[in-house]
Design a protein around this ligand. Structure first.
Ligand SMILES: Nc1ncnc2c1ncn2[C@@H]1O[C@H](COP(=O)(O)OP(=O)(O)O)[C@@H](O)[C@H]1O
Ligand SMILES: [Mg+2]
Length: 263
């Protein structure tokens, strides 16, 4: 199953979720691939030394003769591999413009490798451009992190509309895996109001687990670690582990439904 983490707003916790959810699922015995599709490469920074990166996400899209082994980097975490990204990924749209299969590039590329992993997570840039659309076309499910702040739901209509468009043609089986409340501030009434609002709008699709604001989560990337080794007893570690269980349960259900439909 391929889960894309998307929200075209920046700073809502996509990368933090991609890093820690990937690590949590690997810790629970799943073979996980994290595909970093943000040209900023923040997910990559936590797991690989950028100096050793040769082939990265850009070449995955553009140099189709390169074998998969070139793109896969192992991490310190057992069972977790990553396809890193570099700033050259920002040139992808100009590179692929006019290409008739541009939105199918990633889907086609992943065909060869997807069976090697139980789960593939995709971190996306804060836009709804060609990179995010490629991820949505390739994915089986979408996870939407939403920051519990005043303008939380601003922009989600555009995202949901894009998901609908992808569903209507290139990827009819794309499911909404869930909506995750992030950067929750226990001390403010506003955070609670926003959480209640998100739950009202998305109902059961909202994950029970919410991710609270925590300095430890903010610090861990600078130490090139996921939260579980950096601060195993922190709220972030507990919450992302809880989230991973909910995610695995929902992914499993999605898998069963797909199997049933295919049979
Ligand atoms: N739960 C959290 N508590 C504290 N800081 C967080 C939390 N989640 C994310 N951050 C910080 O907020 C910033 C934006 O988060 P990030 O995951 O990079 O968002 P995005 O990928 O959506 O742009 C980063 O500096 C990150 O470390
Ligand atoms: Mg990011």
């Amino acid at each position: 199953m391929i889960v894309v983490i998307a929200n075209q707003k920046g700073g809502v916790g996509k990368t933090t979720t991609a890093i820690n959810l990937s690590a949590a699922c690997a810790n629970q015995g799943k073979r996980v691939l994290l595909l970093d599709l943000d040209p900023q490469g923040n997910s990559s920074l936590s797991f690989v030394d950028t100096n050793v990166i040769n082939s990265s996400a850009f070449e995955l899209f553009t140099e189709l003769q390169q074998p998969w082994e070139n793109f896969i980097y192992s991490t310190k975490i057992k069972r977790l591999d990553i396809v890193p990204s570099k700033i050259n990924l920002a040139k992808l749209e100009t590179k692929l413009v006019g290409d008739f299969d541009a939105i199918f590039r990633l889907k086609d590329r992943l065909e060869k490798i997807r069976a090697n992993y139980d789960l593939i997570f995709i971190d996306t840039p804060p836009t709804l451009g060609l990179i995010t659309v490629n991820a949505l076309v390739a994915a089986t499910q979408v996870l939407i992190p939403i920051q519990s702040s005043y303008f939380a739901l601003e922009g989600t209509d555009d995202l949901l509309e894009t998901i609908e468009k992808v569903r209507s043609r290139p990827n009819p089986d794309l499911d909404l895996l869930g909506v995750l409340v992030t950067l929750f501030d226990k001390r403010t009434a506003l955070s609670k109001e926003v959480e209640a609002h998100i739950r009202k709008v998305f109902g059961e699709k909202t994950f029970k687990t919410i991710i609270t604001r925590s300095v430890r989560l903010e610090e861990s990337p600078a130490h090139k670690e996921a939260i579980f080794s950096f601060a195993p007893n922190s709220s972030g570690a507990v919450e992302y582990e809880k989230l991973s269980k909910e995610v695995l349960e929902r992914v499993q259900k999605g898998f069963a439904v797909r199997h049933q439909n295919a049979a």
